[in-house]
Design a protein around this ligand. Structure first.
Ligand SMILES: Cc1cc2nc3c(=O)[nH]c(=O)nc-3n(C[C@H](O)[C@H](O)[C@H](O)COP(=O)(O)O)c2cc1C
Length: 331
């Protein structure tokens, strides 16, 4: 068995990892090779102090990137064993992956890997067609496989009650000028390797909308092109809410998103009710579930769209800490 991962394996897996979602497409991650292990680190320069003061969003994003790394390595026949937060004295190191016994990828791993480049946030209105029961089951199983739960809001009254919580959280956030200014800094009207392109931001919110839009958009909506009247809204939750739980939730989020993509479904994320503590508590109580809500998603059948840009993979690799294993007898 190999004693460690190579730089080539790191680069290939990180190329998949950077396709993960992140708040405002900040891409707050770095990757390095240390003693034969691949490590995922928070990039402190890419935190959002006004939007994400406690680092929840950074840990969700790094967890999602970690899931892509795992799937990428498994699909290449080199699965990894993962340790979360491996060094208590270095909390910015989110995870360390070391080689497990090499094996052929399973069909499920291959399908999730193939979904990585096709996944994107689709903020446009979806078709009214309901999501079939077998697809709902697959989504819930994806969360469960990563030690989390997925609550599907069933019925108009559950969705309306959630929408009320989401709209009031949105109003709270919009009252904070620092939050609004930070979002504006990440909206891109010209090509850029990070941030949210206006064309991907979805249509401008309108008073009749059930769910609040984050406000990246700028696209006018054709008359009558409203959002689907009965969206499938799902809440992803984790058993606890420590820093490690949030990285676990990020992995579960990405597994749910890739499972949705593989099932031909479109997804947009709504995290306003997670970001406002009182709204998150109301949401938790309304679900009656043990644990903590970590993300809300709207899922359905969307129109075609396109993935958003990412920085070049070499910008997120710390290769300086790579020490080639030199055979001392030749020195
Ligand atoms: C923690 C987190 C919170 C997010 N919250 C929202 C949100 O409230 N509204 C939204 O439209 N997108 C949200 N997103 C999606 C990001 O904006 C999106 O992932 C990013 O712009 C990259 O685009 P992509 O998902 O198309 O790759 C969130 C993503 C993460 C990881």
């Amino acid at each position: 068995m190999d004693t460690g991962f190579t730089v080539e394996q790191l680069r290939a897996a990180a190329t998949d990892a950077v396709r993960a979602p992140s708040l405002h497409n900040t891409q707050p991650w770095r990757f390095r090779l240390r003693d034969g292990g691949i490590e995922v680190l928070v990039d402190p320069a890419r935190r959002l102090p006004a939007t994400d003061p406690n680092g929840w969003g950074v840990r969700i994003a790094c967890g999602a990137a970690l899931f892509n790394l795992r799937i990428s390595l498994a699909a290449a026949g080199a699965p990894a064993t993962v340790r979360l937060r491996p060094y208590p004295a270095e909390p910015d190191v989110v995870a360390r992956l070391v080689p497990d016994v090499p094996r052929r990828p399973t069909p499920a791993e291959q399908a999730l890997h193939a979904a990585i480049p096709r996944r994107f946030s689709n903020r446009a209105p979806f078709w009214p067609d309901p999501v079939p029961a077998d697809a709902r089951w697959r989504l819930a199983e994806a969360a469960r496989a990563e030690h989390c739960w997925l609550e599907l809001l069933i019925g108009v009254s559950a969705v309306n009650a959630f929408a009320e919580i989401a709209r009031s959280a949105h109003r709270v956030l919009e009252r904070d000028p620092a939050y609004v200014a930070e979002r504006q800094e990440w909206v891109r009207s010209a090509p850029a390797p990070d941030g949210v392109p206006v064309a991907s931001g979805g249509p401008l919110g309108e008073p009749q909308d059930l769910l609040p839009s984050r406000g990246f958009g700028g696209l006018d909506r054709a008359p009558g092109r409203d959002f689907e009247p009965e969206p499938l809204v799902v809440v992803l939750g984790s058993p606890g809410n420590t820093a490690v739980d949030q990285v676990v939730a990020g992995q579960a989020l990405q597994r749910v998103l890739l499972t949705a993509t593989d099932s031909g479904l479109a997804v947009s994320m709504l995290s306003q009710p997670i970001e406002v503590p009182s709204a998150r508590e109301r949401l938790r109580l309304s679900l009656g579930r043990f644990g903590t809500p970590q993300m809300v998603m709207r899922i359905g059948y969307g129109q075609p769209g396109w993935p958003t840009p990412r920085r070049d993979v070499d910008e997120v690799l710390d290769l300086f800490s790579f020490q080639p294993q030199v055979d001392m007898k030749y020195c």
